[in-house]
Write a new protein. Structure first.
Length: 93
């Protein structure tokens, strides 16, 4: 079966402890998961299409979270407040 462009591939990555600590600190400072921070750094290094893939993933993740919030909220006004709070915390305003 052929893979589609949007497929996610799981891989193991071994990192020196010092580099791992730097990435964790950077991820925390940027309100990103470690995985997102590594993807962002790789996209910056590779440029071009890599940046487009990471940005598309960020947009899809944000929309998914917004949809979950809408389903959890009891009313549209509450959902809008929760979404605004999420976007503010994650820098996606």
């Amino acid at each position: 079966m052929a893979r589609k462009a949007g497929d996610i591939i799981s891989t193991r990555l071994r990192l020196p402890a010092g580099l791992h600590r730097l990435l964790v600190a950077s991820a925390k400072g940027n309100n990103r998961s470690l995985n997102s921070e590594v993807l962002w750094a790789l996209a910056q290094y590779l440029g071009g299409d890599a940046q487009k893939h990471v940005e598309q993933m960020r947009v899809e993740q944000r929309e998914l979270i917004h949809n979950v919030i809408r389903k959890l909220a009891r009313d549209p006004e509450s959902a809008a407040k929760w979404i605004a709070g999420y976007d503010k915390r994650t820098g996606n305003e």
